[in-house]
Design a protein around this ligand. Sequence first.
Ligand SMILES: NC(=O)c1ccc[n+]([C@@H]2O[C@H](COP(=O)([O-])OP(=O)(O)OC[C@H]3O[C@@H](n4cnc5c(N)ncnc54)[C@H](O)[C@@H]3O)[C@@H](O)[C@H]2O)c1
Ligand SMILES: [Fe+2]
Length: 386
Amino acid sequence: MDNKIISLRSPHLILAGIGASERLGQEAKGIGARKALVVTDKGVINSGIGKRIKDLLEKEGIGVEIFDEVISDPDIKNVETCIEMGKKGKYDLLVGVGGGSPMDIAAITSVMVANPGSVREYFGINLVKNPGIPTILIPTTAGTGAEVTQNAVLTDTEEKMKKAIISPHLLARVAIIDPLLTLSMPPSVTSFTGMDALTHAVESYTSNNATVLTDLFAKEAMILIGRSLRTAVAQGNQLEARYDMSLGSLYAGISLANAGVAAVHALAYPLGGLFNIPHGIANGLLLPYVMEFNVLGNLPKFAQIAQFLGEKVDQMTLLDQAYCAAKAVKAIYRDLKIPQSLTELNIPENVIPTMAQAAINVTRLLANNPRTMTLPDAGQIYKKAL
Ligand SMILES: NC(=O)c1ccc[n+]([C@@H]2O[C@H](COP(=O)([O-])OP(=O)(O)OC[C@H]3O[C@@H](n4cnc5c(N)ncnc54)[C@H](O)[C@@H]3O)[C@@H](O)[C@H]2O)c1
Ligand SMILES: [Fe+2]
């Protein structure tokens, strides 16, 4: 028995499965849309997905304009350009198509069209007053889960830090998850976005705010990602692996949206803010080291994670089982197409104190961590990842 109250926040509708994106036009029409802004990036356009999305909307008689200027791990300036277009165009639907970057920009644009002031005023929890234009969010990576969360993340280039806007008004009206849209992801993007999803599952499963409900999603996410991430990277056209990864990312996103993430994300934020390291790389690199640190905070759950990731742990002590979870994650990471250390990313040892201080300031996330993390602890973890 668990004495926590279960709560579940999610989009009004989640459509997931092979070919689910074919339903876009119908859903857009159901919302009453007549003029849509598709928010995406050049990579998604070059993969042909942008045109497919445009065609699906136009087939239903919906006018379409495209903003394809989203940059990876976007900053405030980037979203402001999109908001300007959003305000001028009088759209009644925003469709965010791509990885977490375009989906977050679409969600923020949606609310900023209906709320005064600048984006900066809304960093934090529940500061957005008015609901925005309805959004349909469609991931083309299997990683962030941004299609089902009430979070949107931006890089604050002045403070050199990633910051989040958190509000129920950021939730999509409809989330459409179609594994077919992830087939064109190159191995490197598959690797780091997949590690982001695995991080969401592990961190939300062991979060102090996890409930029996979020555990269902996190557990299944770890099983799916554990068995299919390597294959999705090595054989990008293997639809079964892509299917597992898309559902794994979705489930991890639902779990993260309701249980929160913790120290891995807090420690990853300075890597993004100071060195522009993509979110998934920063998370994936730090995940096994933070797990090694966190193991003592929840031995039974870490022991279960080892099992979800396919480790044979029957003959081991509970402590060894729990440490085995971190070993399993490290082994997955080693098999991926992804930088393997901070040194490989050209991050020098002498910035560790600055990064550790910045990470410790992310109290919103550290409050979820199963083991209290101090400034020296954070520094030690970065050192291990050098
Ligand atoms: N809102 C949330 O809850 C949440 C959660 C985690 C991360 N994030 C944020 O999401 C952002 C990262 O998103 P991401 O990791 O998905 O990467 P991304 O959106 O930046 O995309 C990475 C690259 O992959 C390319 N790409 C995407 N899909 C493709 C496809 N199908 N085929 C070919 N190329 C493709 C893009 O063009 C881009 O160059 C960060 O800003 C991060 O902070 C948000
Ligand atoms: Fe993340």
